[in-house]
Design a protein around this ligand. Structure first.
Ligand SMILES: Nc1ncnc2c1ncn2[C@@H]1O[C@H](COP(=O)(O)OP(=O)(O)O)[C@@H](O)[C@H]1O
Ligand SMILES: [Mg+2]
Length: 326
């Protein structure tokens, strides 16, 4: 049965946003006594690049496995392109591409044969899949190595081949579970380029624990931990969610940092302070307090006052804590 695709209402205006490619309602997965997914709710708009962030063990792979019909949920619903994950597995599998956390390439087939096998499993005719495979090998920069076996490839090339394989049957939704884990920075950037080049032509749902990756690629980001959704928005919206406090670094020209650090520490609008050799970093209750600080520093030899921008990592740590996982 095909669900009616529902337009997602936009909160700020009466306009409607594009239809949802993925609708998740109260999705729960229990492994014995462990609740890996806990009443998880999410909607992903068609054509967007969506990033799911979370520390190890947060439940990212569990969620992807349910959405890609590799595993059944304990309760709740997941609808992909209008199809229900429990009832319409076949329909969903025809419409999705999956790049799992581990590269699952057939080592006894060449790169091209890996793609051809996938095409045949999806019931494509040779005349359909041959030009498509040529195009994908070109797109992923693997044309020159198509007759080689995957074992002879670098980690980055194997990853690109797995992505190419997931695209052979022209999926509407592409799932990527930690697409760049274990890759060196150059290969990671190359994979980002390929993912970006797909933007708009399909919905992309990726998981990662690299904050920079989410920031670079994703239109919207969800942060999850302990099986629950804890934050959702664009990178900027997530950064704005942190308290209104702002942090400034004040660099002194002479040896006066000590003297002014003491003076600043006593001010009521300063809620945090730290010192380096020639500079003092102050956390202010709000940006309006800056003028009080400037007045207090009247006459000081100041080289620079700079605003310290928040990073997505600040948001992530503030939401998930500093404790190391698993
Ligand atoms: N097949 C399984 N059986 C039992 N526990 C599992 C299984 N798969 C995952 N888990 C547990 O569920 C939690 C979520 O795991 P996972 O979805 O792999 O998280 P992530 O991908 O975010 O690292 C972890 O505590 C993990 O140990
Ligand atoms: Mg995982």
């Amino acid at each position: 049965m095909r669900w009616q695709l529902r337009a997602v209402p936009c909160m700020e205006s009466t306009e409607t946003m594009p239809a949802a490619a993925i609708i998740i309602r109260s999705l729960t997965k229990v492994y014995g006594s462990l609740t890996a997914l806990d009443h998880f709710d999410l909607e992903v708009v068609q054509g967007s690049i969506f990033g799911l962030l979370g520390p190890n063990g947060a439940g990212k792979t569990t969620l992807i496995r349910i959405l890609t019909t590799l595993m059944r949920q304990s309760s709740g619903t997941a609808v992909i392109e209008g199809f229900d994950s429990l009832r319409d597995g076949r329909e969903i599998r025809r419409r999705i591409g999956v790049v799992s956390q581990e590269n699952s390439l057939d080592r006894y087939l060449t790169a091209r044969e890996n793609l051809e096998l996938h095409a045949r499993l999806h019931g494509l005719a040779k005349r359909q899949y041959q030009p498509r495979i040529d195009h994908l090998l070109e797109l992923m920069g693997l044309s020159g190595r198509q007759k080689d076996f995957p074992d002879t490839f670098s980690g980055g090339m194997q990853r690109r081949l797995v992505i190419a394989r997931a695209l052979v049957h022209q999926p509407q939704v592409l799932f990527l579970d930690e697409p760049t884990t274990g890759l060196d920075p150059q290969s990671r950037r190359a994979v980002w380029e390929y993912i970006r080049s797909l933007a708009g032509s399909m919905t992309i749902f990726l998981t990662t624990h690299y904050l920079e990756e989410a920031e670079q690629l994703c239109d919207r980001i969800a942060i999850m931990d302990h099986g629950r959704l804890i934050a959702l928005g664009s990178t900027q919206e997530l950064k704005d969610r942190l308290s209104g406090a702002t942090v400034y670094e004040i660099e002194f020209a002479g040896q006066s940092a000590d003297q002014y650090a003491r003076l600043l520490a006593d001010m009521s609008c300063v809620i945090g302070i730290s010192r380096a050799e020639r500079s003092v970093t102050v956390t202010l209750e709000c940006w309006e307090c800056l003028s009080e600080i400037v007045t207090a520093l009247n006459g000081a030899a100041i080289r620079r006052i700079s605003l310290k921008e928040r990073t997505l990592e600040d948001v992530f740590i503030s939401l998930t804590g500093e404790k190391v996982r698993e």
